[in-house]
Ligand binder design. Structure first.
Ligand code: SF4
Length: 360
């Protein structure tokens, strides 16, 4: 039997070789199930015990005031708008307290680029959470917020990360990447950090000893080639720093966004292909996370057969996605059941991906 082009590309990767841009683009025209099978084989090699992890965490959107005006964002309000808000420390502490009561171990504090907040708002907040809730990992503030902080307070990024780390920050979420290609960023978020800047901020964080995740948002104006370019940009930085713990692809939710409501939501097949291709191309990433938050729990569960080995967090709430019609009420038991039904052993992890409890 003669091998077709897809067999050749997938065999090359399964034999331990790295794939290039052209091969990554070609994979998007390969049959979904063949991609899934290859991605799952690669994932199972890294995960011999067939454990799928999740974390009990909470997103806290501390402010929705933002000056970046991304086309796809239904969450932000301009500073001074009557719906713009910034949470007080007391409101934030109460949310962290609720998380701790549920056995949660991670808080993801992230919000708009709010020029009205002083540097001490961030640093004192981190110090206070570290002191009041020592068992909680602070996995917080995106590249976009750090970019603004460095520019506004005229500090080199190295100094910014040193201060945040000393205050008690544990790691960074991978938000604000969307697609790390300038054509796309100019179209959907022209005021946001450029691809080069995003990579530079992440590189500096990693060098300062702060680990992070990496993300990709698909289903807006990007081409297939640009998706693959994004993946290879992330892979290059991982080669350089080794600072990414996991990769999380998800799809844009156009509902409620300022300038993207006309875009048809990306289907499940495209999402699963992207998950599988991420697992195949990102040969230097240990974990790929299923994006059940935007894709729904069922599709998130299916993604466990396409290369994902982690279901992310229970979250409790997500104020960023609520305006797009997505509400989160997921409990630990829901994720345990979904992982079991997919044929894996569920385990609760911490931010560092250490296993805290296996649900046998
Ligand atoms: S995605 Fe982030 S940076 Fe862009 S408008 Fe929304 S809150 Fe601001």
């Amino acid at each position: 039997m003669s091998l077709d082009i897809y067999d050749r590309i997938l065999s090359k990767r399964l034999d331990g070789e790295r794939l290039n841009l052209e091969e990554g683009i070609l994979l998007y025209s390969c049959d979904l199930l063949r991609l899934g099978q290859a991605a799952q084989t690669l994932s199972d090699r890294l995960n011999e015990k067939r454990i799928v992890t999740f974390i009990v965490d909470r997103n806290i959107s501390y402010t929705n005031a933002c000056v970046v005006d991304c086309d796809f964002c239904a969450f932000y309000r301009k500073p001074g708008d009557k719906e713009a808000y910034t949470l007080t420390y007391e409101q934030i502490f109460q949310k962290v307290e609720e998380l701790v009561a549920l056995g949660g171990t991670q808080v993801l504090i992230q919000g708009g680029v709010n020029p009205e907040l002083p540097l001490e708002y961030y640093l004192d907040l981190i110090r206070a959470i570290r002191q009041k809730f020592p068992s909680v990992d602070i996995h917080s503030f995106s590249v976009v917020e750090f970019d603004m902080i460095a520019k506004k307070f005229r500090m080199p990024l190295e100094e910014v990360f040193k201060k945040f780390k000393e205050a008690g920050l544990n790691s960074l979420p991978g938000g604000g990447a969307e697609i790390l290609v300038e054509r796309v960023r100019k179209l959907i978020s022209p005021k946001k950090a450029t691809s080069e800047r995003w990579i530079d901020v992440m590189r500096t964080a990693h060098k300062a000893g702060l680990k992070s995740t990496a993300t990709m948002v698909i289903g807006h104006v990007e081409t297939i080639e640009e998706r693959v370019m994004h993946l290879l940009n992330i892979r290059d930085l991982q080669d350089e720093t080794g600072g990414f713990r996991a990769f999380i692809p998800w799809t844009m939710s156009p509902q409620g966004t300022p300038r993207m409501q006309h875009i048809k939501p990306t289907g499940g097949e495209d999402y699963l292909k992207t998950v599988a291709i991420s697992r195949i191309l990102l040969d230097n990433f240990e974990h790929i996370q299923s994006g059940w938050l935007t894709e729904g729990l069922k599709l998130g569960q299916v993604a466990l057969g396409f290369g994902c080995d982690d279901m992310g967090g229970t979250l409790l709430e997500d104020k960023v996605l609520e305006p797009t019609g997505i509400e989160v009420h997921t409990r630990r038991e829901d994720l345990v059941r979904l992982i079991r039904e997919a044929g894996y052993t569920p385990a609760q992890r911490n931010t560092n991906y250490d296993i805290l409890h296996v649900f046998n």
